[in-house]
Design a protein around this ligand. Structure first.
Ligand code: AKG
Length: 268
């Protein structure tokens, strides 16, 4: 079984309606080019800043969800809708909604690990000033395979992905927006490591870099294959990354190098 994955590395601007139009344009283009699973970046409708999350936030089934659901249904594609600020009661979550090709919501992931860091000479960010953490692992079935979804800083916690792998995920999609300090240092390495350790396809989708916006995303959306190599990669500019996800190849790699079978669970 093979299928086509597309990652829409879109430019995110201050105007929410422009962001929704860009997402729609890129999803339509990806679908026209044969993509069957299409993913968007973290916080694709909102500038990535604590200042804006509440203002741009929407309850579940707000206008962004409605747009993604109807596009999925119209184009008959699975959409992993990056993430957006979700308003629930008085809280704000960083939430990714996924839709089946019938337009049904099949996944909802609230970012589990909040990005609260202070790197000397680099970046300081404290998501917990505005956001609340989720507490569930997110996986769903599609006609192709089980897909897991996590968001950005979640990627740094390998146990999460091992768990998804053991539960049958073959593709993990990570909407993410690394920055210009940790991006060059860790992005490529971390995405390849998650793919290699678990012998899965691991796809990370970032916004394009906007040197005029309040946050400079690293870009570099990529797909790493079960051998740990990139099989799709963007630079910092707006682009769609296409990759073939080949589940027979995944099985071949696992047969040739049976890492998952060689685990000694009784020891660790
Ligand atoms: O882990 C990192 O270095 C970046 C994480 C991040 O930007 C985020 O979680 O939004």
């Amino acid at each position: 079984m093979k299928f086509q994955l597309a990652l829409c590395q879109m430019k995110v601007v201050m105007d929410k309606s422009v962001n929704l139009k860009t997402a729609e344009r890129m999803i339509r283009e990806a679908s026209k080019n044969g993509a069957q699973v299409i993913a968007l970046p973290e916080m694709f409708n909102c500038p990535y800043s604590n200042k804006y999350f509440r203002e741009y936030g929407e309850p579940e089934n707000g206008e962004t969800c409605k747009m993604l659901s109807s596009l999925a249904k119209e184009l008959k594609v699975t959409i992993i809708g990056g993430s957006i600020p979700e308003l629930a009661e008085d809280r704000v979550y960083n939430t990714s909604y996924s839709f089946s090709k019938d337009g049904e919501m099949i996944g909802k992931h609230r970012k589990i690990h909040l990005f609260d860091i202070d790197v000397k000479g680099g970046i300081r960010f404290k998501e917990s000033e505005t956001l609340t953490a989720g507490n569930e692992i997110t996986m769903f079935d599609t006609e192709f395979c089980k897909i897991g979804v996590a968001i950005c800083y979640d990627v740094r916690f390998p146990e999460l992905f091992r768990k998804m792998t053991l539960a049958g995920a073959k593709l993990i999609v990570l909407p993410g927006a690394f920055n210009m300090t940790t991006g060059p240092a860790h992005w490529d390495l971390t995405m390849r490591a998650r793919a290699l350790d678990n012998q899965i396809y691991f796809a990370a989708v970032s916004p394009a870099r906007d040197t005029e916006g309040p946050y400079q995303a690293y870009g570099s959306s990529c797909v790493a294959n079960p051998w740990g190599e990139f099989c799709g990669k963007a630079d910092a500019r707006e682009a769609i990354v296409y990759s073939e996800i080949d589940l027979e190849y995944l099985d071949d790699i696992r047969n040739q190098l049976p890492l998952l079978k060689h685990r000694k669970e009784e020891l660790y």
